[in-house]
Design a protein around this ligand. Sequence first.
Ligand code: SF4
Ligand code: MSK
Length: 661
Amino acid sequence: MEKNIKSANEAAEKIIEWSEEQKIETCFDRAQRLKPCPIGATGACCRICHMGPCRLVGAHAEEEARGVCGATLPTVASRNLMRMAAAGSAAHSDHARDMAFTLLAAANGEAKDFKVKDVKKLYRIAGILEIEFEGRPVNDVARDVAMTLIEDFRRQKGELNYIKRAPLKTQERWKKWGIIPRGVDREITEAMHRTHIGVDHDPDNLLLSVLKVSLADGWGGSMISTDITDILFGTPRPVKAEASFGIFKEDEVNLVVHGHEPSLAEMIVDVVNEPELIEYAKSKGAKGINLGGMCCTANEVLMRHGIPTAGGFTNQELAILTGLVDAISVDVQCIMPALTELSKKFHTKVITTSHKAKFPGATHIEYDEHRAREIARKIVRVAIDNYSNRKTEGSHITDKFPVIAGFSHEYIEYMQGGRWRASFRPLNDAIIAGRIRGIVGLAGCDNPRIPSQGLHRFLATELIKDDVLIVSTGCGSAACGTAGYLTPEMALEHAGPGLREVCEAIGIPPILHLGSCVDNSRILTILAAMAEEGGLSDEIGGMPGVGIAPEWMSEKAISIGCYLAASGVPVIFGGESPVEASKEVTRIMTEVWFERFRGALHFEPDPEKILHLALEYIDKAREALKLKKYEPGKFGAERVLMDMAARRELEKAAKPHIGIY
Ligand code: SF4
Ligand code: MSK
């Protein structure tokens, strides 16, 4: 009988096999046991009022299916999508709000453990927000930046501040179709209102609002979060780290930070190096304290400090199954409730830290940015105290891979010309010449309903073979990292000759790790910079670029997919469509959105078709821009000259750094 592979990640698969032998259940078992409801899965179930739930099935034609109130299938499917997008936008934006208040507290001297680390980025953002910064105290500027961005959440009329960062033509499209977000909270509230029973029933109008609430995430919440995190903790630049379960150490206290919000994790990174805590760990028989990450909190501390990652979403239970994790400190989003039950079978302490995210059975140590260091120390002590309870059981895995991460928009610009000539010119030129065929944002979750991480791996290798440069985020980056794909050597081994030439010349991997889920906003800033640089499209739409989330599962992914589509990026999600039941909704999201915004949202379960569709979009965009026809194995004669300063910077990549922008 053929083996039922549950994860394409070999280390994960070994742990899963061990868990099966031990009869310990994981998400992989539950995914097999719990088949999705076929009606809800296609968007044909409405449960927004108590006359329902109405299951819109059984009608001969889509137009005939009606709920008790008379709602049609396209209305129901669009409303379902809207609620997903609104929840996703809310999640990213609430995270961003916490970051904005942390910046404000730091600027006011109330959060004494934090201070502005990247003054240049602060000034850059102040400039964008038209806040005077020259000659002013840093904290005064930081306070004004925080207050201006906090205004983006509560504004009732007008436009989000960052809308002006988009190319003018992109903004004009948004204006024409009335989807420029006013304030983040207002758009989320309106999305919930419109989807209440008896309000908006026009699928096209509903779907425009899906784009609006998602833009409030991309050019609002997520972008705000990325910028403030850079200001407070430093703008990432290349850093060396490791990925996979082999990061855990048998003879050290293993503490994992998991979730999405970086403030507490940053403080933990700081305190694990304090001599008193190291001494305390030694007094308990450990050789030291080993900090690792999981999911997007991992991405945040990996990007800025090279803290190793145990992987993405589907690796979280498996980390506990190693038996080596003494404590896992979680904040918000994508944390499986199964962790607490599973941890009882081992010695692991699950520590919840947010008042928004409590888990029965967990130890709760509430985070407060005003006492960040004290709380971080307390969490580290819990892990140290638990070290002596560690037993030998568990599936100890030693696999780990080197990773180069830390590709912020600013660094990508810098690496293409050094401090004085930083620009996107070389990248645009490489695309124009056909050395690079196009760019794909490979993002989103990993998913236990398929051999997890397999689609990320397949698409990553196939795309770079086709000379497509990949920018990755979130668990997509984790999937690539734990497969050993985030190194420059990967270009030598797998990338097509054109892409390889560019990667070798600049000294970058063919897959650039941009950061966490909120850092998908970096894709927007990169595309806007490419449009501004000239020679390609003068708006985000029409660029030879595509977004792919092959294993998506979260509502945040829907919001990300929709803000990219509204910005002009064709997006392809893997798996079955959550609006499959309505042909009309599918038509609007693909054909109508493409006509209006030059972006689209497709759902495609077949990996080969995802690849084909992505390349087709890229090649059609090249053709429309009248660029050289891409020919496999053939590329422009002129070489990208690497700037010496950039080369030196890359050589120093693994060393501690200060801001360079
Ligand atoms: Fe049914 Fe209409 Fe109520 Fe939805 S809103 S559950 S379709 S009656
Ligand atoms: S953590 S949203 S599983 S990418 Fe950002 Fe990963 Fe998806 Fe969560």
